[in-house]
Design a protein around this ligand. Structure first.
Ligand SMILES: [Fe+2]
Ligand SMILES: [Fe+2]
Length: 134
């Protein structure tokens, strides 16, 4: 994502067709937009809120995958683990005062990851749940 592109905004074209996942994804997009727009004084607090949301969002998907026996659970969860590890590293650097790094993560890394992950693993998970009647 370059600085000339508009910020990620929620609309129905982003839905994957599962109510829980789409609710969490809408919140991800809205919290991320607020984080990107935040002044420096508010950024660390909003980052903490975004991180808590993202952890819950990933855990909710993992619970759904277990509930419906998603066959690629291990692959999807492994990617979530990678994101949790990355997030912890950013939180440590932000706590140490590296605001620019955390801003770069929010503006350059998270939006592209979210869209690519949503279109692949999350969409496949939602499709599987629908096939199981969920
Ligand atoms: Fe997701
Ligand atoms: Fe996911």
């Amino acid at each position: 994502m370059t600085m000339t592109e508009p910020a990620l905004a929620w609309d129905s074209s982003l839905e994957v067709g599962n109510a829980v996942i789409d609710r969490d994804h809408k919140e991800t997009v809205e919290l991320l937009a607020a984080l990107i727009d935040a002044p420096d004084t508010d950024f660390p607090t909003l980052f903490t809120g975004f991180a808590a949301h993202l952890r819950a969002h990933l855990a909710n998907e993992e619970a759904l995958m277990r509930e419906y026996g998603f066959p690629a659970y291990a692959i999807h969860r492994h990617e979530h683990e990678r994101v949790r590890t990355e997030l912890e590293g950013i939180e440590r650097r932000l706590a140490a005062g590296n605001l620019m790094l955390a801003r770069g993560y929010a503006t350059e890394i998270v939006p592209d990851w979210f869209l690519a992950h949503k279109d692949t693993m999350d969409a496949a998970t939602a499709a599987w749940i629908r096939q199981q009647g969920g």
